[in-house]
Ligand binder design. Structure first.
Ligand SMILES: *Cc1c(COP(=O)(O)O)cnc(C)c1O
Length: 414
């Protein structure tokens, strides 16, 4: 594929990122999708919308999140870095964008604030969402409570059983959680059910999608709302060091925190980027790496890389980190992979667990298991980079939610 003049100029007006994206929805949904797109374009031009979004991000979410130079992690990685070919010391500097410090403990709230403001602008009075592990459900229930809108969260029945604390959080926040009994009773079934609800209730209902996927314009608008991460990080790093990073690193479930960090840098040719999928128990076993182990197909209203069998049946994703457990990936990442602008790698459960513990001990930060995948990738590549190189990784969630999973994986009784 030829490199375009601007990677930031995508998607085209029908929502295509190269051959990916688009809007594969039923005819009933088409007018609504077009309506959403029109409203979104108008909101983008409206200084009042931006001011309200920025105000909530500052005073409700707690932005800007800090940019943090992880010096002890950097030193620790340098201790095991081999010298370069001319005997020079190696080991890049590691910096973190601290989005785990946001209200609700992750980046998802940035997008939920943007979408609920759009819903209100469109006069919608009811919110629906789908959730796998429950984190997007909690973020959606949070903004619905904040704006006093009723909220229905679709969640696979199996996930409801596995994720009781998040189910209870959503209920505390006033949301109705509907357990979906069809199919494998997990995330993909919840997405289908949410789309069905939307078709039936388009007159008053807004569907808040939780990652940079779904029919156009969702991948674009989720990206734009999450791009606050990259815009802030860019300004913060320039102010602190006077330069751009050499490498950006972020974990990928559907790809929203990663595209939020990457997008503002996509046209800076010297900034390399690495997206990190979940390799689960290994790429030849159960995993959630759609780019490394999937192939293109259609799910959730867009064309992208998917985990599927030879008949096109969507496969169950697996990762120790519930938030990376998505069988697809946003279409922009599919295109960035094919075009070569972004590199993608995969990290196993075991490697993520090691990185989780490494960050706890070196920096006094308990990360979520999702960004632990990014930290593991940082540890892998930092060793081979010069000491004046800068790696900027997104710490997209905090680990309080994961301590029981980690304890079990380590064989510790708590
Ligand atoms: C949901 C989640 C993810 C995965 O979603 P993306 O859209 O890929 O960002 C990653 N990290 C955390 C902390 C999450 O909650």
């Amino acid at each position: 594929m030829n490199a375009p003049n601007s990677f930031r100029a995508q998607p085209d007006d029908r929502g295509h990122f190269g051959p990916y994206g688009g809007r594969y929805v039923s005819e009933t949904l088409m007018p609504l999708i077009l309506d959403l797109e029109r409203e979104y374009r108008a909101a983008k031009e409206d200084a009042g919308f931006a001011a309200q979004f920025d105000d909530l991000l500052e005073h409700y979410v707690g932005r800007p999140s800090p940019l943090y130079h992880a010096e002890r992690l950097t030193d620790t990685l340098r201790d095991s870095a081999p010298d370069g070919p001319h005997g020079e010391k190696r080991g890049a500097q590691v910096w973190f964008k601290r989005d785990e410090l946001n209200h609700t403990g992750a980046h998802k709230i940035n997008n939920c604030i943007g979408q609920i403001l759009l819903a209100i602008r469109m006069g919608k009075t009811r919110i629906i969402a789908e959730t796998g592990a429950g984190q997007h459900g909690v973020a959606t229930a949070t903004v619905c409570a904040r704006f006093g809108l009723p909220c229905v969260i679709y969640m696979g029945a199996k996930d409801v059983e596995r994720q009781q604390p998040n189910v209870f959080r959503m209920k505390l926040l006033g949301a109705e959680v509907r357990a979906v009994e069809s199919g494998a009773r997990t995330l993909k079934d919840a997405m289908n059910e949410a789309l069905r609800d939307w078709v039936a209730n388009v007159h008053d209902t807004f569907y808040i999608i939780g990652t940079a996927a779904g029919p156009h314009p969702y991948p674009e608008l989720v990206r734009d709302f999450q791009s606050v991460i990259g815009r802030e990080a860019r300004a913060q790093l320039m102010a602190r060091t006077g330069r751009l990073p050499d490498l950006l690193v972020a974990a990928i479930g559907g790809g929203s925190n990663a595209i939020g960090l990457f997008h503002p840098f996509l046209d800076d040719a010297d900034v390399k980027m690495l997206g990190v999928e979940a390799a689960g128990e290994g790429l030849d076993a159960k995993h959630a790496a759609s780019l490394a182990g999937g192939f293109p197909g259609v799910l959730h209203g867009n064309k992208t890389y998917l985990l599927q069998d030879d008949d096109g049946q969507i496969a169950e994703a697996h990762s120790i980190s519930a938030g990376l457990d998505y069988p697809g990936i946003g279409p922009e990442h599919a295109w960035l992979k094919d075009s070569g602008r972004v590199d993608y790698t995969a990290i196993t459960d075991r490697e993520a667990l090691d990185a989780f513990q490494l960050l706890c001990r070196t920096e006094g930060i308990i990360p979520a298991l999702e960004p632990s995948h990014a930290i593991a990738a940082v540890a892998r590549v930092a060793k081979d980079m010069p000491q004046d190189a800068i790696i900027l990784a997104n710490l997209c969630g905090r680990g309080d939610k994961d301590i029981f999973t980690v304890a079990e994986a380590l064989g510790v009784q708590i």
